[in-house]
Write a protein that binds this ligand. Sequence first.
Ligand code: TA6
Length: 309
Amino acid sequence: MNSNSMSESRISDLQRQHAIDKTVDIVAGPQGMPAVVLRNERGDTANIMLHGAHVTHYQPHDQAPVLWMSQHSRFEAGQPIRGGIPVCWPWFGAHPTDPTLPAHGFARNLPWTLKKTSVLPHGEPCVRMTLSSSHATLQQWPHSFLAEVTVSLGNALTTALSVTNTGEQAFSYTSALHSYFNVSDIRSVIISGLENRCYLDTLVEERGQQQGRLRINSETDRIYFDTDDTCVIEDPLLNRRIHIIKDGSHSTVVWNPWSAKSQRMDDFGDDEFKGMVCIETARALDDSVKLAPGMRHTLKVLLQSESLR
Ligand code: TA6
């Protein structure tokens, strides 16, 4: 039995066990990897891969996709997907001491377990996936944990990462819901919600303070501190505003690789930077999460796209 046919029988098992008529299906996604498809009563849709508990698609019924996905993304065990909402955990960015460990942690590179599908009280389809500490994770991060990602599709797409310390020792981590947004043209969008906030420009390791709303016209990689605020991407050419509402996060990361860095990434098209921007709901650098045994923390982002027609 080849891996695809095995995944086909696995997918039909998951479909039998978890599908909900007209709102939740489990299908073969890219490279035959299992994907959960949510559809609500308005016809909005969202796709979530069990690989990395990774939201790869969100599209309101009357709009262009809200999330961006590279045409060059990998869909392979052990590799991150380029686009959507990568779950960066239990460290954000490069590992603080071991360069041999994957950037942004291991959660996005591992298969998660489909635990439960449901329809919430106002008709929102919902899926919950889990990842528990294992031999593979303990080799990279010596702590016992239960991680859960819950995604629901109402008037907004809600994505939440909850982590429980199931061990005997306290631990701390950094993380991000590293959302990639689909924009008409990066040079025409305006980002609000970060005005007057201090940030670290990681390109030059210098601190700055945001003056007014943010426009992006070159490589940008900034970690904004002490902000719980909602960010808004105003996209005049797509005639919409994307609201990025967060909870459990006090840092926001803004990233666009621009041309030179795009050319250095083999899972990112040379010109794809023009149609995307990352606004990441983070617990980055000093904004780490500390959990005593038995404690739990939730990082949540709600994405809501408002048509300006
Ligand atoms: O978005 C912030 C950032 O840390 C950037 O520095 C860039 O590396 C980006 O994440 C993408 O990281 P990745 O490991 O997914 O290529």
